[in-house]
Design a protein around this ligand. Structure first.
Ligand code: AP5
Length: 214
């Protein structure tokens, strides 16, 4: 299974990608997660990306495409993969097509998780993540059993630096200008499935699985 999950910031791409990659036994490739690891480690890529991320802007295409090409060569991608947060621009989508054509491994589907902007701000600003194991929570919609503590490993939960109201507003503007055109790009290729992301987390997963069966 080779999938792309599309959707605005806070739509639930990461939440669903974790579930779906386990369900299908494929690699979960989140460009945002790879970038955040690089920023934490202070790598050259992380140093270059950090400013863009803090402002809620996109990291330049050339850096992202190189990073994804490298990731696709990892052994865990042989059984398939699920992209979460990539592609984000038409040039990224064209580069992905070229990479996959060269490997004769075309995409199976692209799933767009549709959520209106007014819901997204609350989703993103209420998100809390575990720096130790990567588990994700929401203070209102998916709270941990003990406030601020990870259910899975007991570490202290943190808020992402770009999850402030101001930066989320900028990320949404960038999404509408640069990423939303991908919806038509994949529709024209006959690959697009659209899913209502306002449902509960379980219901969104069920709807995606049904769309992929259909
Ligand atoms: P990235 O990490 O990709 O962030 P994003 O796309 O803005 O998406 P989010 O991670 O904010 O949201 P999500 O859709 O994954 O939602 P989630 O499941 O977490 O990118 C960050 C930055 O890195 C970018 O701004 C850019 O600078 C850079 N970058 C990354 N990729 C790039 C690329 N390809 N090109 C250029 N730059 C790139 O859910 C959000 C919250 O809502 C959680 O708390 C969750 O528990 C909750 N929730 C989820 N589903 C539901 C539901 N159904 N009901 C209620 N609550 C829900």
């Amino acid at each position: 299974m080779r999938l792309v999950l599309l959707g605005p910031p806070g739509a639930g791409k990461g939440t669903q990608a974790k579930r779906l990659s386990q369900h299908f036994g494929v690699a979960h490739i989140s460009t945002g997660d790879i970038l955040r690891v690089n920023v934490r480690q202070g790598s050259p890529l992380g140093k270059e990306a950090a400013g863009y991320m803090d402002r809620g802007e996109l990291v330049p295409d050339a850096l992202i495409i190189r990073m994804v090409e490298e990731r696709l060569h990892a052994p865990d991608c042989q059984k398939g993969f699920l992209f979460d947060g990539f592609p984000r621009t038409i040039p990224q989508a064209e580069a992905l097509d070229a990479l996959l054509d060269a490997q004769r491994q075309p995409l199976d589907r692209t799933v767009n998780i549709v959520v209106p902007d007014e819901v997204l701000v609350e989703r993103a600003t209420g998100r809390r993540t575990c720096p130790a194991c990567g588990a994700m929570f929401h203070i209102r919609f998916d709270p941990p059993r003990q406030a601020g503590i990870c259910d899975q490993c007991g570490a202290q939960l943190v808020q992402r630096q770009d999850d402030t109201e101001e930066t989320v507003g900028n990320r949404l503007r960038v999404y509408h200008q640069q990423t939303a055109p991908l919806i038509d790009y994949y529709r024209r290729k006959g690959l697009l499935a659209e899913v209502d992301g306002r449902q509960t987390i379980d219901a969104v997963e069920e709807t995606i699985l049904a769309a992929l069966r259909g």
